[in-house]
Ligand binder design. Structure first.
Ligand code: ADP
Ligand code: MN
Ligand code: MN
Ligand code: MN
Ligand code: MN
Length: 386
């Protein structure tokens, strides 16, 4: 049936090379051709199944926590739908199961077009289930679903995630840093421009384009304070959506890094010394905070957060103590501090929010390698459930 929208392959007899070439380009540009010597068949679809592994010890330390494998579907399924079949993987190779009972289940939770493979190919983000279909202990997404009670849903919580990351070259040196030495001290690099100020922009641009093509809610990028360090922002989005989009944006970054010869890490403090660490500031609001006089709800939320500081810190990323030193735009890990426009605070109220008397707060504590589903769950739990 040539009337469908999503991609076709052509098989048949080709009398000369030109005919073959034009047929191939017709397929690539999705042009369905009917009749003649061509028999039209649906183009097989590549579905990249993506999930978070259980390699706790390695998280953020050069190795990232994403895994994926490809399923070829002879009958394409629409990107965006959740009709993709469940699949399984060897959990004993990802830190998620014992060798003797190793099958874990991949359950699709979010799908979108694959911006790298193009055509009708898709990315399939999955949650991990045990063989008996109960959620796996690494399945932090499901734990959010558990607390989305009607009163929480009524608050229409929104999250904006600022994902910082650091680029490394194949020799495990920060990308673009001079061989055997250091760049100029920090100062000129944040939001910089020019060959001497920023390193790795082609990957950043390719990644931003890929996120946009995939339909992710990416809201911007910038070069960071340490050269070779960058940030992208996802949001504002709901508590599940923000995590889904962050996970896929992380996967796309690692995947594109392969093509650019760059390893991106979410290590909280990749370089010791006078160099900024990498965080994941999380901007958060409820309906009440966004409405007239919402600043009162923002202060009430900060008061509640101050009482659960240690609990949040314990979940905010491995190795975060090397980053939250009280220097380099952080508050010390043992201190809870809030303030307007204060980049040395645990929680910052942006200046515009303070002036308008409504809006959102920024939790500056999460490390770059934090699990985004954990941050949104804890913010909801602390501010709306106790
Ligand atoms: P910073 O000045 O801290 O670098 P950014 O511009 O990088 O801030 O990020 C701010 C983030 O706040 C954006 O990603 C945006 O999606 C998010 N944001 C804006 N308004 C809200 C809101 N009402 N609730 C939650 N997040 C919000
Ligand atoms: Mn990581
Ligand atoms: Mn930012
Ligand atoms: Mn930043
Ligand atoms: Mn910020």
């Amino acid at each position: 049936s040539a009337g469908q929208a999503s991609g076709f392959g052509v098989s048949g007899f080709f009398s000369n090379k030109n005919e073959l070439r034009s047929t191939v380009s017709a397929v690539k540009s999705f042009t369905p051709r009917q009749g003649g010597v061509f028999k039209i068949v649906a183009l097989a679809q590549k579905a990249e199944y993506i999930w978070m592994d259980g390699q706790e010890g390695q998280k953020g330390i050069r190795f990232n926590e994403m895994r994926s494998k490809t399923k070829v579907l002879q009958r394409p399924i629409r990107a965006g739908s959740l009709d993709f079949p469940q699949w399984s993987f060897d959990g004993s190779s990802t830190g998620q199961a014992e060798g003797k009972f190793s099958d874990c289940i991949l359950n699709p939770v979010f799908t979108c077009p694959d911006p790298i493979r193009g055509e009708n190919h898709v990315l399939v983000l999955c949650e991990v289930l045990n063989p008996d279909s109960t959620p796996h202990e690494t399945n932090t997404r499901r734990k959010i679903q558990d607390i989305l009670s009607p009163d929480v849903l009524a608050e229409e919580t929104l999250f904006g995630f600022e994902q910082e990351y650091t680029m490394f070259n194949k020799a495990c040196k920060v990308y673009g840093w001079p061989e055997g030495g250091f760049p100029h001290p920090q100062g000129p690099f944040y939001c910089g421009v020019g060959l001497e100020a920023v390193y790795g922009r082609p990957l950043v641009e390719a990644h931003m384009d890929a996120c946009i093509k995939a339909g992710l809610k990416i809201s911007g990028i910038n070069a960071e304070v340490m050269p070779g360090q960058w940030e992208f922002q996802i949001g504002p989005a709901g508590p599940l959506e923000v995590g889904d989009h962050v996970m896929l944006a992380r996967w796309l970054l690692h995947r594109l890094g392969e093509d650019f010869g760059i390893t991106c890490t979410f290590e909280p403090k990749p370089m010791e010394g006078d160099w900024n660490g990498a965080g994941a500031h999380t901007n958060y609001s409820t309906k009440t905070m966004r409405e007239e006089g919402g600043i009162k709800a923002i202060h009430a939320a900060i008061e509640k957060l101050s009482k659960k500081h240690a609990e949040h810190i314990s979940q905010y990323g491995l190795g975060n103590e090397r980053r939250l030193t009280g220097k380099h735009e952080t508050a010390n890990i043992n201190t809870f501090k809030s303030g307007v426009a204060d980049r040395g605070a645990s929680i910052r109220i942006p200046l515009g929010v303070s002036l308008e008397g409504k809006g959102y707060l920024e939790d500056r504590r999460p490390a770059a390698n934090v699990d985004p589903y954990v941050v949104s769950r804890m913010l909801i739990q602390t501010t709306l459930k106790n």
